[in-house]
Design a protein around this ligand. Structure first.
Ligand code: PXL
Length: 290
C-alpha cells in the first residue's frame, strides 16, 4: 500500500544549537506535508562551526536502528541524507538506500562536509572519497562549490563562466546522479547574486536560479535549500521550479533575519520564514543556463 502521507527518511545529525540538519529538515518537510523519519547520524551540543562543540557519533548505533526499521517493513517515498557522524556511515547510508528505496523513491544526497574552501571541523579527509561513492546512489545531489571541487579533485574556483558551470555539472553526473545541483556559485555573469545551477541528464538541460546577494553568511542555509528542494521534487515540481522555490525560501529566511541587529551567524530565524513555504512562487523565476 502507498503511504497515505509521503514518508521521507532524513539521515542527518541533531545539533542542539545553531540551526542546521534535523532542526531544519524536520520543520520544513513537515510543513510541506511529509512524514519525516529521522535517522540521526550524530548528536551535537552545537554545530561544528561553534568552538567547543561536543559530538556524539552514532555510528555504532545505526545498524541496530536500521535493522529495526527493516523488521518493521518501512518503505520510503524519499531518502535524504546530509551530515554524517563518521566516514564509515557513508557505506551504511548506501546500504540503507539499497534496502529501503523502491522504484519510485527519490534519493537526495547532500554531501555535507565543507564550505568556503575547507572541510568542517569534524570531517576526516577520507569523507571526500566516501561522499563521492555515496553520490553514485543518488538521483539528486546538492554540493556547494567547495564540496563539488573536493569531489571532483579540483581547486575551489573564485569565479566561473556559464560554460564552466555546465562542464562542472556534467562532471558531477559522471559520479552517478542524474540531477546534480551546485550551490554558492561564483558565477561571473551574475555578480551580486547568490546563484545555484542544476543539470538534468534525462533532457540535457541546464538551469540557473538565484536571488540578490545579502552580505552575511548564516549557517544551515544549505540544509534549508536542500530540504525545500527535496520537498518540492517530491510534491511533483519540475527541477527548475524546485530550484527556484528553494532559492526563494533561503533568500526569505536570510532577509527576514538580516533586518535585525545583533543576531549571530547561527541564529537564522527559520520559523519567521516558514509561512512562505505555503505562498506562491515569486515570478522572478529561473533561467536556462546557456
Ligand atoms: O549545515 C551543515 C552542517 C550540518 N551539521 C553540522 C554542521 C554543519 C555545518 O557546519 O556542523 C553538525
Amino acid at each position: 500500500m502507498r503511504n497515505p502521507l509521503p514518508r521521507v527518511a532524513a539521515i542527518h545529525d541533531l545539533s542542539g544549537f545553531g540551526r542546521c540538519s534535523l532542526t531544519v529538515v524536520i520543520p520544513i518537510l513537515s510543513t510541506m506535508g511529509f512524514e519525516v523519519c529521522p535517522l540521526p547520524t550524530a548528536v551535537l551540543s552545537a554545530h561544528t562551526a561553534i568552538p567547543g562543540f561536543q559530538l556524539f557519533d552514532l555510528t555504532p548505533q545505526l545498524p541496530g536502528f536500521i535493522k529495526h526499521w527493516r523488521d518493521l517493513g518501512l518503505r520510503f517515498d524519499g531518502i535524504y541524507s546530509g551530515f554524517l557522524g563518521s566516514a564509515q556511515q557513508a557505506a551504511m547510508v548506501s546500504d540503507f538506500i539499497d534496502a529501503f528505496s523502491g522504484p519510485d523513491c527519490l534519493v537526495v544526497v547532500d554531501p555535507v562536509m565543507a564550505d568556503y574552501g575547507s572541510l568542517y571541523a569534524s570531517m576526516p579527509p577520507e569523507m571526500v572519497g566516501e561522499m563521492r561513492r555515496l553520490c553514485a546512489k543518488a538521483h539528486v545531489i546538492t554540493p556547494n562549490i567547495t564540496e563539488a571541487a573536493l569531489m571532483l579533485e579540483r581547486p575551489v574556483p573564485d569565479r566561473l563562466e556559464a560554460e564552466e558551470v555546465k562542464e562542472w555539472l556534467l562532471a558531477l553526473t559522471k559520479l552517478g546522479p542524474a540531477q546534480p545541483v551546485i550551490t554558492s556559485l561564483p558565477l561571473v555573469s551574475r555578480p551580486g547574486q547568490s546563484s545555484v545551477a542544476a543539470h538534468n541528464r534525462e533532457d540535457g538541460r541546464f538551469w540557473l536560479a538565484g536571488r540578490p546577494y545579502v552580505p552575511i553568511q548564516y549557517h544551515g542555509t544549505g540544509d534549508m535549500f536542500t530540504s525545500v528542494l527535496t520537498g518540492s521534487l517530491l510534491q511533483g515540481d519540475s527541477l527548475p521550479v524546485a530550484l527556484d522555490r528553494s532559492s526563494q525560501f533561503v533568500a526569505t529566511a536570510i532577509r527576514t533575519t538580516f533586518g535585525y541587529s545583533g543576531l549571530g551567524h547561527h541564529e537564522i530565524l527559520l520559523e519567521r520564514a516558514m509561512t512562505s513555504l505555503k505562498t506562491p512562487l515569486e515570478s522572478s523565476g529561473y533561467d536556462l543556463l546557456t
